[in-house]
Design a protein around this ligand. Structure first.
Ligand SMILES: *Cc1c(COP(=O)(O)O)cnc(C)c1O
Ligand SMILES: [Zn+2]
Length: 404
């Protein structure tokens, strides 16, 4: 890592707690000196099976700062039964539901809390649509740092229970994620908190690049043709594109022509709407309304950058409704044994829609990122029909149940 660099005017800053350009207010990104980085495919072979196996490409200087719960290196699951149902030949699920706190957010949180420790901050926090709250709280607990999370009051109960059990102070806001985000950012300044997706954001987003690295490594150093990414703020999608770029730049993969498609729910789809309407600007959604609460970010911080990344890559934007999300949860669980939350499975629902629209060739190698676990949102799955009928423990009753 050499510097933080403004995305708009390219001005460089030291790698401290800056996150916006003083000149043009553009966001700052971490830049590395790729010509000085010597990494080969073999470099990673004997490393631990978590995201820190790629530490040369992560923005932590001192290994002692690392706060590790084992996030990353999740299974890349060859999904033949699902592929057959959808009419594909080469489909993989990147199963990020099995991270330490059960969503992909453990990746950026692990990097951000490590950076907070390296910068000497004495407390951390985050605004969250649900999953980041637990990811930040768990890593803060591991680091022994106090943690403050800012959530909209109406997120799923399991996510609140989980985050508060890790010891975080929960600040439930009477408002949307955007309101929580604004308050968290002000609190960060006033109380000197490291807000993982605020003043530590340049470092935070680097953790999510590893979702591209791992997919390349797990496919035998061949990048996929097409990936589908659940999208809220757009940070994850942009980080995945950066990951593929870096592996190409370092010669670890031959070429990077990965199409990156954005998946959003109807009810909060500002990025997909811009893509579908041919706009470069993103119009905020004032009152997000969706089953996929983890994607309910009306004013996405990386919205325009995500639109640009999808377009440049040759990918698409597509959105699905609550019913399509429920169906995708059942489809993925019953064909592949992976239980996802609505925000995590939106990629699978969108894949199905893109296939129906003829936008994906049957032989394309497709990876769907599945980013959050179904146990976090049991109420989303089905309102009725989950509880089995209670029967006497007698063999006779089985005659009506097991038909074979
Ligand atoms: C936060 C989240 C996303 C989206 O990430 P962004 O970086 O906000 O685009 C996707 N899936 C799940 C389960 C999430 O919690
Ligand atoms: Zn600038």
């Amino acid at each position: 890592m050499i510097a933080l660099q403004c995305r708009e005017c390219q001005r460089q800053y030291p790698t401290d707690l800056s996150y916006v350009c003083e000149e043009c207010f553009g966001p700052l990104d971490v830049v590395y000196d790729y010509s000085k980085l010597v990494v080969k495919r073999e470099t990673f072979e004997d490393r631990p099976k978590n995201l820190w196996r790629y530490h040369e490409l992560l923005p932590i200087e001192d290994k002692n700062s690392i706060v590790d719960l084992g996030a990353g290196y999740t299974p890349l699951h060859r999904a033949d039964r699902l592929a057959k149902r959808l009419g594909l030949q080469n489909l993989f699920i990147k199963n990020d539901t099995v991270n330490p706190t059960y969503s992909f957010k453990d990746r950026p949180a692990s990097v951000a809390v490590s950076k907070a420790r390296e910068l000497g901050l004495s407390a951390v926090g985050s605004p969250s649509t649900g999953n980041l709250a637990s990811a930040t709280a768990a890593h803060a607990a591991r680091a022994g740092l106090p943690c403050y999370v800012f959530i909209p009051f109406d997120i799923e109960p399991a996510k609140v229970v989980q985050a508060s059990t890790y010891g975080a102070e929960i600040i439930a806001i009477n408002g949307t994620y955007d309101d929580a985000n604004k308050l968290a950012s002000q609190a960060g300044e006033l109380y000197n908190l490291g807000i993982v997706n605020g003043n530590i954001r340049p470092y935070y987003v680097e953790g999510s690049k590893t979702l591209a690295f791992e997919v390349c490594e797990q496919l035998g150093w061949i990048p996929p043709d097409h990936v589908i990414v659940p999208t809220g703020s757009g940070a994850l999608l942009c980080a995945i594109r950066k990951g593929f770029y870096e592996f190409e730049r370092l010669g670890l993969i031959k070429s990077n022509e990965v199409k990156i498609s954005s998946a959003q729910p109807v009810g909060c789809s500002p990025i997909v709407d811009a893509l579908q309407q041919g706009r470069t600007s993103v119009t905020p959604v004032e009152r997000p309304q969706t089953l996929a609460k983890s994607l309910a970010i009306g004013d996405p911080g990386d919205g325009e950058f995500a639109v640009k990344n999808v377009r440049e890559s040759g990918g698409f934007g597509e959105k699905v409704n609550d019913e399509e999300l429920r169906q995708a949860i059942h489809l993925l669980a019953s064909t592949e044994g992976i239980f996802a939350e609505p925000g995590g499975v939106v990629s699978v629902a969108v894949l199905s829609k893109l296939i129906d629209a003829g936008r994906i060739d049957p032989d394309e190698l497709v990876v769907c990122y599945v980013t959050g676990n179904g146990l976090k949102t049991p109420e989303a799955i089905s309102i009725e029909g989950i509880q089995p009928a209670v029967v006497e423990p007698k063999l006779e009753v089985l005659a009506q149940i097991i038909r074979r």
